[in-house]
Every structure is written in structure tokens, then in C-alpha cells.
Design a protein around this ligand. Structure first.
Ligand code: CTP
Length: 418
């Protein structure tokens, strides 16, 4: 059996931070899977691990500094930036992320990262407050926009006796993410430039239905209950399905983003309108329920604006909305062959998602963490877990929502009965 990373050449950039010691274990894990690893240590990394240790584990010389003349003559930074299949940055410190995002070339690591066109995966590790700082959020958004992929950081107790996101992803998780990044880039039809893109025509002749965005549940003519969904993920899926040749109907709640091209868009406001529009759009081969449907609506929407009259306002009585996904998944006739749900969770993501797939009877559930810290709701990036009916879980690295859309559509096409 060929190893999953057989002969794949990985340039491993090790940043300076207490988590640098885990990069040594990562070298082992990558080599176990067949990869050839070339380590590159920043100056900061060398405070924590030695180039000798990295070189011994990699079985390759470790690179350290731009101005090492012998090194330049031997293998220059441009060659380092080219002679690999992927670059992995682990741990990616706040400072290294900042250098990458601003395009600095102040040391060998930053120069190589600037000079490369290779796929890059970063595994951030830093203090939780540094991770949550707006400057790091901005740098992360820039890097994701540049096509950089991200794995972790994980929640956990940190060296400074604090708790929260900031801990380096486990070496096996990083190795999994490297595998998935390289697998997505393997040419589908012999053309490298098609790599990672849905094969054109993979959904030709298929009908795809996507729900997207929030719903607005009226309280009176000027007020409503809503949520923070932007519609970006659902719209990206609809766009990717259209690009793969499908006939796509997008049933969208109120959003502020443009309609994807080549897609029929049906605009709705409330959950009940969304259900009616979905039923009217059937039959479909694939139905993807990305919308953040309001679970409740005011029991009665007043016909005229509610006025304040100096007394305590009447409590808002709520009633439950229909569950659109569960309704369609339970259809006896006309059920789409592939029904995909999303699970927006703020905690115990996988556990809740597993229960949800059983309760809603969908074929596949895409779970994501929408806690405020994740920045997913309203943001441009997403970290998803794919959960199958049999409980199998696949975790993807953090990706731009457009890229998540393309990869999901690729997966849907593969799962559809021929
Ligand atoms: N969904 C739906 N109709 C609803 C509520 C949810 O179609 N009335 C769909 C969503 O589009 C998503 C999935 O159900 O695909 C899960 O949504 P989520 O909000 O995570 O689940 P809820 O059913 O609302 O469960 P809870 O809020 O209790 O987690």
C-alpha cells in the first residue's frame, strides 16, 4: 500500500514559540506517512529547538538564515521556495503571520514564504489574547484571502496557565490537513491548473436546491427577529454548483451580498416563506440547507407599529417555525437523493451535530463552530466538520467560504448515485 504522502516534499517552517518542540513530532508524523521533510527554523525557533534535532529527525539538513552565505550558494531561498510540494508553517506565531500577511522578507522564513507559489498550510500557536487580537484577526483574514490554509489552533490550557484557542493543532491533525490539501490539488484530469476545482460538468443535468441567509420574522411592520447569518456560505455553494454545470435554485433570506451568477434566486423573508419556496422548487437531486432559519417567530405579527405608552411592554410570545430540512428529509416521495444539513453550534460541536443528523434524517451534515470567537457568522472563513450518517467525521482546515463551497460541491457530486 502506498503511504498517503509518499514522496511528497514538505518544507516545514518552524516558528519561534514554546510549541516549536511539537514541530519535531510533526516531522515524525509526516515521515511516517511517506513525506520528505525539509526543516527551516526561524531565529526564534532556535531558542526552543536546535537545527540539529530537526535535521536528525528529518534526515535532511535544516535551514536557518538568509545570510548564511554557504547556504545561499548551496540552496538559495528561491530554490527552497520552489523545491517542494507544499509549505507547512508550524507553529505559526503571531509575528510570522504578520510578516506573511504584510509581505515582508525580513528573514529566510518570510522571504521563502513571499517568494513561493506553493500551497501553504499554517498551524497557528500563540497566547489566546494574541490570537483574538484584531490585528491577528486581520492578518488571518488576509492570509485566507491569499489562499493560505489554516489548521487549528485548538482550545486548551496554555503554557501561561490560561485557557482558550491558541494551542497548536496536534501533529496528527496537521498531517491530516497536509494530506487533504495535497489531495485537493492532485490534478483531476492531468492539468495542474484545474487542481482543487470542481471538474467542470460534474453536475451537468442535475438539479440543486440551496437555502441560504437568515430569516426575518416580523414583530410588526418595522421590527423583526433575525440572526447574524450573511448568506456567504450558502451563496458560495450555489455558485460552485452552477460552475459544476447544475441547474441551481437558491432560496435566500434577506442578505446584503450579490446574487451568484448562473443561479435562479428566489428571495424570501420568513421561515414559512422559505419552506413554501423550497417545496415549489422540487424536484431536486441535491438539497443543501445552509440557511440559518429562525427557530421561532412572534406568535402574531402586529399589523401596525407597536407604540410605547409608558407601561411595561407586553412580552413577546414566540411559536416554533417549521423545520425545513427535517420536512424535506422526511418526504416519502420526491425526497432529493442527497439531503445535506448544516449545524451551527457554539459548543460541543461534534456531539450536537451527531444528534442532529439522526434527528433531521439528512444524509450528510456540515457542522461549524459559530461561537463569537470563531468569527464564522458574518465572516469570510469557515472551519467545517463533515459528519456522515454512520457517525464518521472528517475535519477540514479553515478555508475561505468560496473554497469550502467548491470542495463541498465536489463531494456532493461524488456522493450522488449515478
Ligand atoms: N433548519 C431548517 N429549518 C429550521 C431550522 C433549521 O431547515 N426551522 C436547518 C438549517 O438550515 C440547518 C439545520 O437545519 O441545515 C440545522 O440548523 P441549526 O440551527 O443548527 O439547528 P436547529 O434545528 O435550529 O437546532 P438547535 O438550534 O437546537 O441547535
Amino acid at each position: 500500500m502506498t503511504l498517503p504522502l509518499h514522496n511528497r516534499r514538505i518544507l516545514l517552517v518552524i516558528g519561534g514559540g514554546i510549541a516549536a518542540y511539537k514541530a519535531l513530532d510533526l516531522i515524525r508524523r509526516l515521515r511516517e506517512r511517506g513525506a520528505l521533510v525539509r526543516p527551516l527554523l526561524t531565529k526564534g525557533a532556535q531558542e526552543f529547538v536546535t537545527p540539529l534535532a530537526a535535521a536528525a529527525l528529518a534526515g535532511e539538513r535544516a535551514h536557518t538564515d538568509l545570510f548564511d552565505r554557504a547556504e545561499e550558494a548551496d540552496i538559495g531561498h528561491i530554490k527552497l521556495a520552489r523545491d517542494a510540494d507544499a509549505i507547512v508553517v508550524a507553529p505559526a506565531t503571531a509575528s510570522l503571520m504578520a510578516r506573511m500577511a504584510s509581505g515582508e522578507a525580513s528573514d529566510l522564513a518570510a522571504t521563502v514564504l513571499l517568494a513561493t507559489t506553493l500551497p501553504i498550510l499554517i498551524a497557528p500557536a500563540m497566547n489566546v489574547r494574541m490570537w483574538q487580537h484584531p490585528a491577528t484577526r486581520r492578518n488571518l483574514a488576509t492570509l485566507l484571502g491569499d489562499g493560505v490554509q489554516v489548521v487549528g489552533p485548538n482550545d486548551g490550557a496554555m503554557a501561561e496557565a490560561e485557557f482558550g484557542p491558541g494551542r497548536l493543532a496536534e501533529p496528527t491533525e496537521i498531517a491530516d490537513a497536509v494530506e487533504s490539501m495535497l489531495a485537493a490539488r492532485r490534478p483531476a484530469s492531468g492539468f495542474g491548473f484545474l487542481a482543487g476545482r470542481t471538474e467542470a460538468g460534474a453536475l451537468t443535468g442535475r438539479r440543486v436546491l440551496v437555502t441560504s441567509g437568515p430569516t426575518h420574522e416580523p414583530i410588526d411592520p418595522v421590527r423583526y427577529l433575525a440572526n447574524r447569518s450573511s448568506g456567504r456560505q450558502g451563496h458560495a455553494i450555489a455558485a460552485a454548483a452552477a460552475a459544476a454545470g447544475a441547474e441551481v435554485t437558491l432560496v435566500s433570506g434577506p442578505v446584503a451580498i450579490p446574487d451568484p451568477s448562473g443561479v435562479r434566486v428566489v428571495r424570501v423573508e420568513t421561515a414559512r416563506e422559505m419552506l413554501a419556496a423550497v417545496e415549489a422548487a422540487l424536484p431536486a437531486d441535491i438539497a443543501v440547507f445552509t440557511a440559518a432559519v429562525g427557530d421561532w417567530r412572534p406568535a402574531e405579527a402586529k399589523g401596525a407599529k407597536i407604540k410605547k405608552d409608558g407601561t411595561e411592554p407586553a412580552p413577546l410570545r414566540l411559536v416554533e417555525n417549521p423545520d425545513i430540512l427535517a420536512t424535506i428529509a422526511a418526504l416519502d416521495s420526491g425526497r432529493p437523493a442527497l439531503v445535506v444539513g448544516f449545524a451551527a453550534e457554539t459548543d460541543a460541536v461534534l456531539e450536537n451535530a451527531r444528534q442532529k443528523i439522526a434527528r433531521k434524517r439528512c444524509d450528510l451534515l456540515v457542522a461549524n463552530d459559530v461561537s463569537a470567537e470563531s468569527g464564522v457568522m458574518g465572516g469570510t472563513a469557515n472551519t467545517v466538520h463533515l459528519i456522515g450518517r454512520d457517525g464518521t467525521v472528517e475535519t477540514w482546515p479553515t478555508l475561505d467560504k468560496d473554497e469550502v463551497g467548491r470542495r463541498l460541491v465536489e463531494r456532493f457530486a461524488a456522493l450522488l448515485p449515478r
